[in-house]
Ligand binder design. Sequence first.
Ligand SMILES: NC(=O)c1ccc[n+]([C@@H]2O[C@H](COP(=O)([O-])OP(=O)(O)OC[C@H]3O[C@@H](n4cnc5c(N)ncnc54)[C@H](OP(=O)(O)O)[C@@H]3O)[C@@H](O)[C@H]2O)c1
Length: 498
Amino acid sequence: MVLIIFGASGDLCKRKLMPALYFLYKEKRVPSVFAILGTARTSHSDRSFRQMMKEELSRSLHQNQLDEAVLSEFIECLYYQPMNPTREDDYFLLQNRLKEMDRELTNESNYLFYLAVPPTLYETIPKLLKKAGLTGEPGIKRIVVEKPFGYDLNSAQELNEIYTSVFREDEIFRIDHFLGKETVLNILALRFANSIFEPIWNRNYVDYIEITAVEKIGVERRAGFFEQTGTLRDMVQNHLMQLLALIAMEPPRQFNAISFRDEVSKIYRSLKPFKEGSIGEQVVRGQYTTAENVKGYREEESVAPDSRTETFVAMKVFVDNWRWSGIPFFLRTGKRMPTKVTEIIVHFKQAPYHLFECLGTHCPVADSLVIRIQPEEGIVLRFALKVPGSGFEVKMTDMDFSYASLGHLPAMEAYARLIEDCFSGDSTLFSRGDTVEDSWSFFTPVLEYWKNHPEAPLYSYPAGTWGPHEADKMMEDLGFSWSNPCKNLTNTDKYCEL
Ligand SMILES: NC(=O)c1ccc[n+]([C@@H]2O[C@H](COP(=O)([O-])OP(=O)(O)OC[C@H]3O[C@@H](n4cnc5c(N)ncnc54)[C@H](OP(=O)(O)O)[C@@H]3O)[C@@H](O)[C@H]2O)c1
């Protein structure tokens, strides 16, 4: 199989795809006939492309991952074809090059196209691949498309139409690397490989659920892209929705592309739609402002001084089904927060009656299960225990499992796992066309509301804080509060320095 990377001169290719491919190569998990053809407008020969990637990999790989002999072998699998992906004629250069490579490698026209280019090119490339006769039989043809897949419901539908007119649905791999993370996949193991959680995983025992994915950094070099996108499109519509689906879904009949994605789809379709009159109460958006030595969002390069792009979103959503009816799911994501953390907290209902005294500020509230996706991946079960000594005081305590302690096998980078699935044609962990549309369809009323009501509040929050007070108020109105990790976890110092 030849992996053809569009945008091979770009950031994603260098930082994520190449290290993942090197890892797969080292572990002998690539197809037996294998080569990578990089393409982009930047001029390179095979030789200079190989040299550049070798330097990048030598710099970026950890010392214990770097094997000079394997790296040299891997580099020999790289080829490069300069081309402009918007120019029809250039696809004949690509076609000729692929024919040449097929002969050299005895590849039977098996191609995996990877679109590591800006989303503005997502429409053009499959159309021109088809025109050049590079899709369809003979051989295997698959395409991987990066997020964001669409900008709203209409654009996602249009993209789906284009892709399904060129490829079959099982040949389209809409990638969201969140779903390749070991700890995200571990949510499935936690829920469906154990029997103790299932009986309490429902509205009878769960009070509410928090899903937080925040980062300490601002927009960095992505300001131009981010200005047009905003946090809801960049993070909520894809990453947070994936996490919500894994927490809320029913057990799939089998762990395969059909059963698993059917269950994801059912959750998206069970989301209680936003009503225009209540969007302001259900969704809080914010934008970071200058604090100490940190620039505010509007002061960042390539950001309009009066920008209304949100860098923070908190929302309350409901899954209207038998299991979850009436249980709020609070989602929150933002930039320039006090720390970088992605975690899900399942809060259970309080014990019906307080039999014991409580100690100071650690009064038992209710049990909770914290699933930490990053950093320090692990699971914490938080529950009340007796304080040693006389009397009978109880306080909350943590039973803390660190994912690193499972050790032994080298943890696979999310991209490595997902690319391996593309090689083998397993689309279980990739978004299906209808699910992407369902997700956009859920959020489009919010996007439309913000577009049509420029006066709708965009709250400010100083960089380095947990977002606008209105996000806290949204929780407090229901008697809950956000579990800001720096405050609550046991290993606070290490956690909050990150
Ligand atoms: N970077 C990440 O960590 C990351 C993470 C998740 C998803 N993604 C997604 O992955 C995709 C690629 O990301 P990236 O950060 O690698 O993007 P990038 O560096 O901005 O672009 C990748 C390459 O695309 C080519 N390109 C850019 N504009 C073009 C144009 N108008 N016409 C033709 N070619 C053009 C450029 O190569 P030439 O100038 O040489 O042609 C560039 O090196 C994006 O859709 C992004 O949303 C990226």
